[in-house]
Ligand binder design. Sequence first.
Ligand SMILES: NC(=O)c1ccc[n+]([C@@H]2O[C@H](COP(=O)([O-])OP(=O)(O)OC[C@H]3O[C@@H](n4cnc5c(N)ncnc54)[C@H](O)[C@@H]3O)[C@@H](O)[C@H]2O)c1
Ligand SMILES: N[C@@H](CCC=O)C(=O)O
Length: 515
Amino acid sequence: MLKPFSNEPLTDFTREENRSKMKEALQKVRNSLGREYPLIIGGEQIYTEEKIISYNPSRHSEVVGKVSRADRALAQRAVETAAETFLSWRQVPPEARARYLFKAAAIMRKRKHELSAWMVLEAGKNWVEADADTAEAIDFLEFYGREMIRLAQPQPVTPYPGEENTLEYLPLGVGVIIPPWNFPLAILTGTTVGPVVAGNTVVLKPASNTPVIAYKFMEIMQEAGLPPGVINFLPGSGSEIGDFLVGHPLIHFINFTGSKDVGLHINSLAAQIAPGQKWIKRVAAEMGGKDAIIIDEDCDLDDAVAGVITSAYGFSGQKCSACSRLIVVGDAYRPVLDKLAEKVAQLKTGPAEDYGTDVGPVIDEASFNKIMSYIRIGREEGHLLTGGQGDSSVGYFIQPTVFAGVAPHARIAQEEIFGPVLAVIQARTFDEAIAIANDTEYGLTGGVYSRNRAHLEKARREFHVGNLYFNRKCTGALVGVQPFGGFKMSGTNSKAGGRDYLKLFMQAKSISERF
Ligand SMILES: NC(=O)c1ccc[n+]([C@@H]2O[C@H](COP(=O)([O-])OP(=O)(O)OC[C@H]3O[C@@H](n4cnc5c(N)ncnc54)[C@H](O)[C@@H]3O)[C@@H](O)[C@H]2O)c1
Ligand SMILES: N[C@@H](CCC=O)C(=O)O
């Protein structure tokens, strides 16, 4: 009997026994750094000359792994293999498909600290963030498996005299999965196994910064017994094989998570009908954010500032959900700035593998340079309250940075920086704060700290974001609890971890039989 879904518990690292397990896992992973990994098509491991090399962002001289890189010929083979495998995979009963996911979840649970350790070293996540990423991956497996079983049950339709009417959900076909590096296990797992348990087969093109953790996911799916060819693992360049895959006539859907620019490019490419293509490709594209938290005058300011700090600097601000704009109402402004300056300066910046690091490195040199250039822009557009320095000599470290007195239309208040940089904006009234919060092209997460019920109700109606949080941080959506996905240029609102998710990769067939 299947237990009802519940979220995977997080590890309590204040306990010595858990810290020592994590240290052991880090040591074990460190001993395996620098290895070569194949791509996988139809279960066959293929080593290529060309490699994607991934580095430890906390120590960029350290090679984490070398992963084989696909060219277009291999991409063609992967799509054809997925198309062939679809013919048998779609016949596998939904409950049997779900069982592969439950088995993979059990394997991940056993390898939890090891998987987190890979993320510490390959993505630069601190222990707590890496542990949450692994837990979320397990949640996606457990949740989507149960969702498929639910959708396979007779679906409710209105009874009609003299007829039997049914509604069935069928898979679409072959999809391309393109995840980002910032949730290298959770988002990769969720965006892949959702479509797969729905009966589709896929080509998975992982992000080039985190291909080793992506390979670990493949290892687990293979160990869970997933038939060869259901997930084809194809690391490679976005522009070279990414465009080829998206435009391929055998592809039915693209499940993308990443930046706005790449998402819009994929959306327009997928809209073109390739010769021989007989369907419209579906695109789920979850993209960036410029997320705001509003601090209202009457709230608990200590609690609010703590929530903002977690939201702004968790994983060095490299979350689509990160708070990058803080809007403070009226007289709360000065005390909030004082508290922020004090608390942010106390955050510990350092290597992700050191227990107790609050702010680890940013992912790579390009990100480091981009964030530092925004910090230079910020010095013109606002008043530097704290932080502002970066050091890329060993790893890509940037101090958590706060700019105060920022105008709502300043570049640092409008453009996604994707780093540990917070712009603080003052609003005269709560209504003005809501108007400022909504005045960007994005609409992903938002937060309000307030004790004023009328203000919270106004925010409920008017704060235009896909994930709205009251009196808590605006990151860390839980699978099944806070289905995740935004409005406007933040994406197509696919609601990862929600009950509508699998239907994005299915088509509904209504069948009527007259008695
Ligand atoms: N809304 C969400 O749920 C969500 C979640 C996580 C990250 N994000 C966003 O992702 C971004 C950070 O991730 P990133 O730097 O990996 O984003 P990115 O857009 O640079 O890359 C995302 C993926 O797209 C691939 N890619 C790049 N060019 C491509 C092309 N032409 N065709 C096909 N694939 C291509 C990359 O290799 C990678 O796998 C941020 O903007 C962040 O806000 C959004
Ligand atoms: N789902 C994650 C964000 C994913 C984007 O980076 C959260 O809710 O913080």
